[in-house]
Structures are given as structure tokens and as C-alpha cells.
Design a protein around this ligand. Structure first.
Ligand code: HEC
Ligand code: HEC
Ligand code: HEC
Ligand code: HEC
Ligand code: HEC
Ligand code: HEC
Ligand code: HEC
Length: 282
């Protein structure tokens, strides 16, 4: 599998990793600033004179006659208006990928409106996240630490060449994000591949169409997989291995017991032994 094997990569790749490691936690570690700096809505209270650009989403249909629920004159769509109704969304704040809502200062970038009833008003935009992160670093102190980091990141984003990007599915803007802060819980590689998810993954979908898994007759499973804690219990080799009729030299020989289709599929095991729940416990 091309990508994973390039783990130790070129010097350029290394510098990308380094930026990820040094810069990203900082970008998302600070409190979001209170007001978005340049909002189109700050220019003029155009919305008051305009008709609605389109019907609201189904969830907000009841606000069709209450433009001011979301729009404030002069400044436009204010996050405070959204927050007044959505402040206490415990599920949103508890879930790792959306916990950033706790201190975000803008909503409309990802929650478009006026697209009609059928349109769910949520669109995840990782590039927006990057810009929000940079904006958040701007605390008005031109000689401060945050400003220094912000300038360094912007410089890096401007100068990194296409050839240094890990792949075409991720942009230089997105690379400043620290993926694990939001997606660590979804990591099926149990941290084996490190924090830089973007080295292999795009931000649109986790699957990698061009990826081909090594064959089940290969023997280097350990290169990419870590055995779960159960495998290091004293009984594991003596009982489980025996029950499967397998005699691996050590737990490291995953391929002796496992198929590649699913961890529950054991090699040569009759169907009723294919999941642990079907293996008698004594
Ligand atoms: C549930 C919140 C909500 C309500 C209620 C709402 N809007 Fe909006 N409106 C938005 C959001 C968010 C945007 C900006 C994002 C976008 O383009 O979808 C927007 C954008 C607009 C724009 C486009 C502004 C521009 O310059 O692009 C106009 C005009 C507008 N709204 C008018 C109205 C009118 C008139 C009403 C009442 C009939 C209304 N809106 C009710 C949320 C709302
Ligand atoms: C007057 C109260 C009110 C305001 C103002 C308001 N909302 Fe809502 N919103 C609701 C209600 C009620 C629902 C539907 C029930 C729910 O999901 O909580 C909803 C649903 C949503 C949903 C889920 C939609 C779906 O279909 O999954 C999102 C996202 C959302 N609002 C974002 C916003 C944003 C962004 C703004 C500001 C532009 C905003 N809301 C302004 C009351 C409001
Ligand atoms: C960077 C993009 C982004 C920004 C900015 C953002 N959100 Fe969200 N929001 C999301 C995503 C993504 C989801 C989760 C959608 C999912 O997984 O179902 C979400 C979910 C929500 C939900 C729950 C929707 C539901 O289905 O129940 C609400 C309410 C909400 N956001 C309100 C807000 C408000 C209010 C703001 C501004 C203070 C805001 N969001 C800013 C991306 C964003
Ligand atoms: C501040 C939080 C945050 C950061 C940082 C972040 N994401 Fe996301 N990401 C989200 C949210 C929210 C969604 C919407 C779906 C969800 O709720 O999981 C999402 C969706 C995704 C999806 C689509 C998932 C699906 O099943 O449709 C992928 C892939 C993804 N992100 C990859 C990345 C990568 C790679 C990085 C690092 C470059 C990254 N994300 C950084 C919050 C974040
Ligand atoms: C060295 C490359 C590499 C890195 C780094 C990496 N992954 Fe993966 N990941 C893969 C490959 C290859 C697949 C299999 C893709 C497929 O089957 O289409 C995968 C699959 C996934 C899947 C889908 C699993 C499934 O069964 O559907 C998720 C979710 C995922 N990775 C999350 C992450 C997260 C989160 C990170 C960062 C903490 C990360 N990955 C880092 C290579 C990597
Ligand atoms: C070059 C890296 C690499 C090697 C070598 C490798 N795998 Fe994988 N394997 C992956 C990635 C990436 C995924 C997809 C992400 C995930 O689910 O962990 C995966 C997924 C799996 C899955 C989960 C399938 C599913 O959808 O649930 C099993 C089982 C598996 N591998 C077994 C093996 C076995 C057995 C070996 C040795 C014969 C092996 N792998 C060798 C990278 C590798
Ligand atoms: C002696 C046979 C044997 C060997 C060798 C072996 N396993 Fe397993 N594995 C099992 C059995 C039996 C189960 C089901 C019971 C369990 O979850 O512990 C299992 C389950 C798993 C699961 C699923 C655990 C879960 O919680 O869903 C993973 C992942 C796994 N093995 C990875 C590995 C890896 C990686 C290796 C090599 C480093 C390996 N195994 C070596 C027999 C083996």
C-alpha cells in the first residue's frame, strides 16, 4: 500500500510533519476571538431592503417571517442570534468532532441558509476551520507570541509548493489543522500511524479509493497493526490459540490466526468459531 509505506518519507514530507506537530495544537488551542473581522454583512444592512434569497431550511421554517431572529441590522447574521437558540446543545459539545462549537465565533460559513426546505443547513468546511483558527490567533498585539505563530503559519501556507503536499486530497490550508483534536476517537489505527491523518487522508471521506490492502498470505501485518490488549493476557496464547487450533510462535504472527477481511474472521476456523462470542469460554 503505497501511501503507508511512505511513512518515513522525504525531507520535504518531514517538514510538513514538523509543521503539523508544532503548529497545529496552537491553532486550535486558543479561545476563538469574539467577532469575525471582515463580514460582508458589516458593510451595509442590505438584507433589510432585499427580499429573502430563498426559503429557509425545514428546521428554521417557523422563522420565515422573523428575519431578525438571525439578522441584526447593519451587522448582518450575528452568531449571537444563533447562539441565543442553540447555546445549550450538550450533544454537540460533548461529541469530539463538534466540540469546537463551544468557542466558535461564526456560524454562517458552515450553516448556509435560504437553500430551501430539503437542504440540511450544515456543510462541513475544513478550510473555513483553518481560517477561523488563524483569525483566532490575531489578538491585536503585533509583537505577541500568537501573532508570531500566525505569521509563521501564513508564510508556510504561502510558500509550500504543491509537490510538498502529501496528496491531492488535502490543501495547504487544511494542513495546519490538528486532525486528532477532533477525530482521534475515530482512529481505527489505534494511533499507530501518528497524529497526521492528513498525510494519508482527505477531508471529504475517510476511505482511500486507490488503497489496496496487502494479501492475507503476507506476513508483515505488524508493520501496520497493533494487537489489542486482550492478546497480551496470560490466557491468550494458551487458551485462545489452542481453541483455534493455531500454534503461532508468538502473538506477533497475526497472519497465522487472522484473515484480512475482518478481525473476527479467523483463518481456517469453522464458521461457528469465526467470532469470539462463539468460541466457548472454557
Ligand atoms: C435561521 C436564520 C435566518 C433567518 C430567520 C433568515 N436568514 Fe437570511 N441568512 C441567514 C444566513 C445564515 C445567511 C448567510 C449565509 C448564506 O448565504 O446562506 C443569510 C443570508 C441572507 C441574505 C443574503 C445576504 C447577502 O448579502 O448575501 C439575505 C438578503 C437574507 N438572508 C435575507 C433574509 C430575509 C429577508 C429574511 C426574512 C424573510 C431572512 N433572511 C431570514 C440566516 C437567516
Ligand atoms: C429562534 C430560535 C432559532 C434561531 C435564531 C436559530 N435557530 Fe437553528 N434551530 C432552531 C430550532 C427550533 C431547530 C430545530 C430543532 C433543533 O434541531 O434544535 C434548529 C435547527 C438548527 C440546525 C439543525 C438543522 C438540521 O436540519 O439538522 C442547525 C445546524 C441550526 N439550527 C443552526 C442555526 C444557525 C447557524 C443559526 C443562526 C444563523 C440558527 N440556527 C438560528 C432554532 C433557532
Ligand atoms: C467550521 C464549520 C462550522 C461552524 C463555523 C459552525 N458549525 Fe455548527 N456544525 C458543523 C458541523 C459539521 C456539524 C455537525 C453535523 C453532523 O455531524 O451532523 C454542526 C452541527 C451544529 C448543530 C447541530 C445540528 C443538528 O443536527 O442537531 C447546531 C445547532 C450548530 N451546529 C450550530 C452552530 C452555531 C450556532 C454556530 C455558530 C456559533 C456553528 N454551528 C458554527 C459545522 C460548523
Ligand atoms: C475542529 C475540529 C476538526 C478538525 C481540526 C478536523 N476536522 Fe474533520 N471533521 C470535523 C467535523 C465536525 C466533521 C463533520 C462530520 C463529523 O461530525 O464527524 C468532519 C468531517 C471529516 C471527514 C468526513 C467524515 C465522514 O465520515 O464524512 C473527514 C475525512 C475529515 N473530517 C478529515 C479530517 C482531517 C484529515 C483533518 C486534519 C487535516 C480534519 N478532519 C480536521 C471536524 C474537524
Ligand atoms: C499512513 C497512512 C494513514 C494515516 C497517517 C492515517 N490513516 Fe486512516 N486509513 C489509512 C488507510 C490506507 C485506510 C483504508 C482506506 C480504505 O479502505 O479505503 C484508512 C482507513 C481509515 C478509516 C476508515 C476505516 C473503516 O474501516 O472504514 C478511518 C476512520 C481512518 N482511517 C481514520 C484515521 C485517522 C483519524 C487518522 C489520524 C489519527 C488516520 N486515519 C491516519 C491510512 C492512514
Ligand atoms: C501496509 C500496511 C498494512 C499491512 C502490512 C496490513 N494491513 Fe491490515 N489494514 C491496513 C489499513 C490501513 C486498514 C484499514 C484501516 C483499519 O481498519 O485499520 C487495514 C484493515 C485491516 C483489517 C480490518 C478490515 C475491516 O474492514 O474490518 C483487518 C482484519 C486487517 N487489516 C488484517 C491484516 C492482516 C491479517 C495483515 C497481515 C496478513 C494485515 N492486515 C497487513 C493496513 C495494513
Ligand atoms: C493465536 C491467534 C491470534 C493471533 C496470533 C493474533 N490474534 Fe488477534 N484475535 C484472535 C482472537 C481469538 C480474537 C477474538 C478475541 C479478542 O478480541 O481478543 C482476536 C481479535 C483481534 C482484534 C479485534 C479486537 C476487538 O476488540 O475487536 C484485533 C484488532 C486483532 N485481533 C489484531 C491482531 C493483531 C494486530 C495481531 C498481530 C500483532 C493479532 N491479532 C494476532 C486471535 C489471534
Amino acid at each position: 500500500m503505497g501511501r503507508t509505506q511512505k511513512k518515513s518519507g522525504s525531507k520535504k514530507r518531514w517538514s510538513t510533519n514538523r509543521i503539523l506537530m508544532i503548529a497545529s495544537p496552537i491553532v486550535l488551542g486558543f479561545v476563538w476571538m469574539l467577532t469575525p473581522a471582515e463580514s460582508a454583512f458589516k458593510q451595509a444592512a442590505t438584507w433589510q431592503r432585499l427580499t429573502s434569497p430563498g426559503p429557509l431550511s425545514a428546521a428554521h421554517a417557523s422563522l420565515e417571517d422573523d428575519c431578525a431572529a438571525c439578522h441584526t441590522s447593519v451587522s448582518g447574521v450575528e452568531p449571537e442570534n444563533c447562539i441565543s437558540c442553540h447555546a445549550n446543545n450538550a450533544a454537540l459539545l460533548k461529541s469530539q468532532p463538534t466540540a469546537f462549537h463551544a468557542n466558535i465565533a461564526t456560524c454562517k460559513e458552515c450553516h448556509l441558509e435560504h437553500q430551501g426546505r430539503e437542504h440540511r443547513p450544515t456543510l462541513m468546511d475544513h478550510t473555513t476551520l483553518s481560517y477561523l483558527g488563524l483569525r483566532q490567533l490575531n489578538d491585536g498585539n503585533p509583537s505577541g507570541e500568537r501573532e508570531r505563530v500566525r505569521r509563521e503559519l501564513q508564510m508556510w501556507m504561502r510558500h509550500v509548493g504543491d509537490e510538498s503536499l502529501p496528496h491531492a486530497g488535502v490543501t495547504r490550508d487544511e494542513l495546519i489543522l490538528n486532525c486528532v483534536t477532533c477525530h482521534g476517537n475515530e482512529d481505527p489505527h489505534v494511533a499507530y500511524f501518528g497524529d497526521g491523518c492528513a498525510i494519508c487522508h482527505a477531508t471529504t471521506a475517510w476511505n482511500i479509493p486507490q488503497y489496496i490492502h496487502p494479501s492475507s498470505s503476507s506476513t508483515d501485518c505488524m508493520q501496520c497493526h497493533k494487537a489489542p490488549p486482550s492478546h497480551f493476557m496470560p490466557m491468550f496464547m494458551s487458551k485462545c490459540a489452542k481453541m483455534l487450533g493455531k500454534k503461532p510462535d508468538s502473538v506477533k504472527q497475526c497472519y497465522v490466526c487472522h484473515e484480512i477481511s475482518a478481525w473476527n474472521n479467523m483463518k481456517d476456523a469453522p464458521w461457528h468459531k469465526k467470532t469470539m462470542s462463539h468460541i466457548p469460554s472454557r
